[in-house]
Ligand binder design. Sequence first.
Ligand SMILES: [Zn+2]
Length: 279
Amino acid sequence: MSLLYAEAALLGLVFGSFLNVCIARLPCHESIVSPRSHCRACGTRICWYDNIPVLSYMLLGGRCRFCRERISLIYPLVEALTALGVVAAMAVYGPSLEFVKCTLLMMLLVIVIFTDLLERRIPHPVTIFGIAAGLGFSFIVPVDNRPLEWALLHTGVVLEGTVSSVVGAVAGGLFGAGLFYFVGWLFIHFLHKDALGFGDVMLMGLIGTFLGIPLTYLTILMGSLLGIITAVILAAVDKRFRSGYHWPYGSFLGTAAIYASLFGQPLLDAYLRSFHGTP
Ligand SMILES: [Zn+2]
């Protein structure tokens, strides 16, 4: 069992290393395949032994071997966090299709969390690929579609099995993206503020197709709460974070979605049980 976790951690480190390439290049519309990894400061190609996740950063003392320019702490951080995420997914789901789905979602979200945090950008290639992948996975890993199943209960339309799962993924995507598009429209129309970018709308479409309506709803609640708490604390300690600061809402939503995809279902079931008495 511990071998499984070690493999998951190793997989996470390697994935994290690739995610760093995506985070650095996608906001600049650069290819993530070529050229090979190079120092962002001096352009020197990075040898394999200087490209070992986390370890190389520590051995190099956080500086480029050639120009001695500082390497961003973001790189080892992304690698370590991705490894932690994959180990958590293994602990929750075991070696299963659910694990593969959860890991893919986490990887897409890690890219979005950091591109939004660093550049205030949510790359469309990530969200478009993610929405397609989420729909594809709904055929093999069931998506929670209880809201629609219940809503249609008395209409004679029975949703079950794969059909219900796929409908649940589509409904989740439309719910997430639609809600954010509508709220963004309200802001522009009534407050004349461009508060939500189209990247946020696409991100919620991605989260919705992977998680379905209930967990997407949980994600929005938790992401907003996380954003508000962070904003209040940072604004209290530093005036740079007061009025006019552009918050990376996508980073908060992405973090909440990772939590929801790992631990949201038991939370949701416990909540529903408190209403119905039965799961
Ligand atoms: Zn360099």
